[in-house]
Design a protein around this ligand. Sequence first.
Ligand code: ADP
Ligand code: MG
Length: 318
Amino acid sequence: MPSEFALIARHFARFTRHTELGVGDDAALIRPREGMEIAISTDMLVDGTHFLANTDPRRLGWKTAAVNFSDIAAMGGEPRWITLALALPAANEAWVGAVADGFAECCSHFGVDWIGGDTTRGPLNLCATVFGEIPVGEAIRRGGALAGDDIWISGAPGLAALGLDQLLDRKVLAGEWQQRCRDALEKPQPRIALGLALRAHVHAMLDVSDGLTGDLGHLLEASGLGATLDQSALPLAGPLAACGDAELALARVLSGGDDYELLFAAPPSERGYLEDLSAALDLPLNRIGIFETRTGLRLALADGSDCPLCARGFDHFG
Ligand code: ADP
Ligand code: MG
């Protein structure tokens, strides 16, 4: 294993585009653009909890950056800078270098400067902190949903969880879906362009990392509302085609984790804008339910009845 300083020099000190001072001093220096405030978020990926030891290290690096960018997207912000703290057992340099390459690839893809971090020996753990810019006062929080707002979700929730089912040999997926679900799990795409385009159009938003119903529960709590989801409006077709099991597809769409899609509340007057935006971004946006004053979360079934849903997502200590 090379020294900490050799690792930093060879793998972590990367080219920056909009940073006053990057890797190499005691602290980095950044300067937000005129009229912007800084959104800050940290996400940690722990060996055995968030990824399996045999995960492709390049993809692991990508995902560590992507899940952090997703939190900035969920506020309607633009990620601009990121730091990475690494605890490494006696890992080999090829592995560390591949993690760094994947992390840097995601950073440069989304225009983010990697400006610092920390490197220590310890149980394998990757922890990044992202700094994003948002015009002062325009961040989209969790608490602004109104009764009568539509509930929208981007992309194809459930595919990442099916990818994990496949990885753990719990399910054999169909043909092309094997790779698609694996990619959804290992190479999530933060919805940054979507988040930016939603500013001034939506009342509340978050990114779905712990499952749709659980994360929707956070919006409901913050907004003091209940909601009804419409089963026939859920984007079930992809997951169903992937696994061929209607019950499993529904479970994964409603409560599978690791999707990093955006879930948001928008008034009905925005339906036209959102349909056009979906086409412009070539990204599905599905209107899956409605916020209500009646508390609790329900699923409206095709026969007109409804059943209660548990608005609780994954909890590390639950
Ligand atoms: P200090 O001892 O002052 O904490 P370090 O020796 O830990 O400084 O780090 C030296 C420089 O290398 C700092 O600029 C730090 O941000 C950077 N650095 C250390 N680890 C990483 C990493 N994993 N990714 C990016 N930069 C790193
Ligand atoms: Mg240090």
